[in-house]
Write a protein of this length. Sequence first.
Length: 256
Amino acid sequence: MYAAETALIEFEIAVETYRIEIENFSRLHEERLGPLYARLEELEARIAEAIAARTQDPEDIRKAQQARAHVAPIPRVSELFDGWMDSGGLGPEAYAMLTGQPVQSPPRVRPSEEVRRLYRELVRKAHPDLVTDEREREARDAFLVRVNHAYALGDADSLRALAEEWERRGAAAAEPWRSRGEELAARLEWLAARKEMLAKAAADLEASAIGSMLRLAPDDPDGLLEEIAADLERKLAAKEAELAALLASGGPGPTP
């Protein structure tokens, strides 16, 4: 039983780690690339409008109207995340609202190796499933909210402080689950249901828009953001040159 619970906790750590990385990628994608996407859409609309103003061709006018209609802010994080984010854990904004702390953006998608190690060690020690007392489980849930928040920000100092705080609590809360008879059967049933839920959560994460993007660069998600930004910068330069040429020449000649 203990081995099954330990394996489930490891699986849950992996799923939660992936969820946080997807959330971080979503936030950084929106923050870093949103203005570039918005500028690109604006340039494309202005180019289409310059062409339509010059030609007065109905098809060019339709294209200009369509391009202008597409000018909109980049989707918010929750939209990019296909709604899954709100169903598991607290995002940075929600945590900040509850604690009165300012919202911070993660410096990178994937926290450092040290942060990842500290996070995994803390979750293994403090996981609610290691105890039976309901009050202790609730206390551990609240503690892990803070751990997840620190991990999302890649904050090694906060994780070290949380590790020290946990050690000061002593081993009183480290009671492993021990059950017999009907309790054992109920626990096994719960473990199976929990595993199924986590498997679905992992599948939903992988199928989300951001999950699909992360699969393009599983080893370097931060590098993927930089590659996308560089590609957008090149497109912007080309569109700016195209618009400048159109405005300088008065636009293309009339349609024959």
